[in-house]
Design a protein around this ligand. Structure first.
Ligand code: GDP
Ligand code: CA
Length: 322
């Protein structure tokens, strides 16, 4: 006998999609149904007339098994014929590559948006092409960009800061203009409120999980749900595993440590979000600090090296939330 476990995952792109593969696998092994994944859309942008949703596509491609695991983004086996033409026209951004297969996704999405579909409906339609084994929801249907504020007060789009400058320009803040008027996408608050467990993926706490939590209503749903909220540390041994989350954390005054991120999310008992926090074996000595914050600490291997290792992380998180 098995029964469905209503699991909601809050996720960004690369870390979020890897983690989602592990969630899907762990639930399959328990014959416990499919997870609902709420995906960051703060990275979204318009470029050359098409709507890009980098984190959404990372999750879709990973679940479909068509993602380029070497490169870390886009479709495996993609080519760049259209991109060369865009560059020859001086269109788009010279430092931002759009693969041909990937452009097919962007064109399909943009066409549906132009037809009047909301991003939630577009994602539902995109979820039908491959058997993804998960229900995917964008965090919001509102268009929310991320802007990076530099020391001299100038601003640039998150994608330019991240991809072109590799996060080398020192940020002092991240802004999501218009987010205070955004609403959770249909189904997001309900999924959180009726969940058995909510998992915060080991994604970038500032620019992936941050925008999800900043959508008015999401934090309230997390605070009021009867589900346990369990976070998984994206920091192992005081370092980001991949990417440039440390620069983002420093900008908002959070230490790049597992406990720093746990404190940033906070304990549910003191106005925060977390009931439990998974920290890496490398950080086992910090478990007492997490406990002191009022969050149940669970020490586990946190390297998402393959789907088995990730499913084991998810098992530990599900046990912590049970
Ligand atoms: P992005 O949207 O593509 O930047 O990806 P995410 O925000 O979803 O994930 C990026 C974060 O994943 C990085 O900041 C890393 O700290 C984290 N990460 C990547 N690989 C691993 C891993 O194997 N284990 C853990 N614990 N975290 C990881
Ligand atoms: Ca992202």
């Amino acid at each position: 006998m098995s029964s469905a476990l209503r699991v909601v995952v809050l996720a960004g792109g690369v870390g979020g999609s890897k983690f989602t593969l592990g969630v899907r696998e762990a639930l399959r092994r328990r014959d416990a149904g499919e997870p609902t994944v709420v995906i960051n859309t703060g990275d979204d942008l318009w470029l050359s007339g098409v709507r890009l949703q980098p984190d959404v596509d990372s999750v879709v491609y990973a679940l479909a098994g068509v993602n380029d695991t070497q490169r870390g983004w886009g479709r495996t086996g993609d080519t760049e014929r259209v991109n060369h033409q865009l560059q020859a026209w001086g269109a788009g951004w010279p430092w931002f590559t759009l693969g041909d297969l990937d452009l097919g996704t962007h064109l399909a999405r943009t066409g549906w948006l132009r037809d009047g579909l909301a991003p939630t409906d577009v994602l539902a339609r995109m979820s039908q092409r491959w058997p993804l084994g998960a229900r995917l929801l964008p965090m919001t249907d509102s268009e929310v960009d991320t802007w990076v504020v530099l020391e001299d007060g100038s601003r640039l789009h998150f994608q330019e800061w991240w991809t072109r400058h590799r996060a080398t320009l020192v940020p002092v803040a991240f802004e999501n203009p218009g987010i205070s008027a955004a609403r959770p996408a249909p189904g997001v608050a309900e999924a959180i409120e009726t969940a058995d467990i909510v998992l915060i993926a080991p994604s970038n706490p500032v620019v992936s999980i941050g925008p999800i939590l900043a959508v008015p209503g999401v934090r309230d749903a997390l605070r009021s749900t009867s589900a346990s909220v369990v976070g998984v540390s994206p920091i192992i041994g005081g370092r980001v595993v991949r990417g440039m989350a440390d620069v983002c954390l420093t900008a908002i005054g959070v230490e790049t440590t597992s406990t720093g991120v746990a404190a940033h999310y906070g304990a549910r008992m003191s106005d925060g979000l977390l009931d439990a926090w998974l920290l890496a074996e490398e950080d086992a000595a910090s478990a007492a600090i997490v406990e002191g914050l009022g969050i149940h600490p669970v020490v586990a291997p946190l390297w998402m090296t393959d789907v088995d290792a990730t499913a084991a992380i998810v098992e530990a998180a599900l046990d912590a939330g049970a």
